[in-house]
Unconditional design. Sequence first.
Length: 302
Amino acid sequence: MSLPFIIPPSPPSKPSYTQDPLLDLLVIASMSSHAADLEDVQGRVDDRNIALQHAGVSNVEMPLFILQKDGDRQRVAAKVSMSVSLSADEKGTHMSRFIEQLSEWSKKNTLSLDALPAFALELSRRLGATSTEATFSFTYFMDKAAPVTKHSAPMGYPVSYHVKRTGITYTRHLTLQVPISTLCPCSKSISDFGAHNQRALVDVTLELENTKNNLPLWIEDVVTLVDALATCPVYPLLKRQDEKWVTERQYMNPKFVEDVVRDLVLAFRKKPQCTGFSVRVEALESIHAHNAWAAHSEGMKT
């Protein structure tokens, strides 16, 4: 009588992490280590007696929710820079804590100009720092309707939120860029017909006051204000009727870059939310090999 053929069980296979035996040993050793056994090198005392104003992370890409004026939230892809001050005896800061806080805000919180102080305060407590700073840069989209047909499409604006906290005081800045068009008053005056026009870029930074009763300031309102004081707004979508309106509006409303800057200065002086501002307008000239620009700032503390 023949015995049945039995296939012996295969020996248990070793877990493979990297397909490299030496690297596998390092991975396994690392997994078996406990955090409590690892030295916190950043926590060492530094004896060079040099306090640092900034230590942190930059160019961090993170999805964030931005609060819109209508109360909805807009998801943006932000690039973030964050830093804290270091006392003279601190060797380094804990870089992972920056990312931890940012990741938590990405999932749970909505970022707004009014929320910036809370973000800076939380960063101070996490890192044990007396001074913290953060800048959030992103493209903010607004649905913009054509002037005549009212056909609309999203239009993106480069925006930055900035906050700095020192002790119990803080400053906030809103920075954004708005494309407009300008038509040269000189060209219109000296020409028998027509005048040269071009796209221009308006860069605005607003420093916000920090009382508890401050009025909100919205990206939408700043864009609307800049558009109103331009020769003509720039639109993402134009039909023939809209293009006719834009061309005629440009011709009837000529402005130098200096004119746009001065008009914006007068407008921002009336904004109670702002303790300071800076404005820069650069025309991407259509008939010159150079650009034309003008700028002005008032009341900026930082």
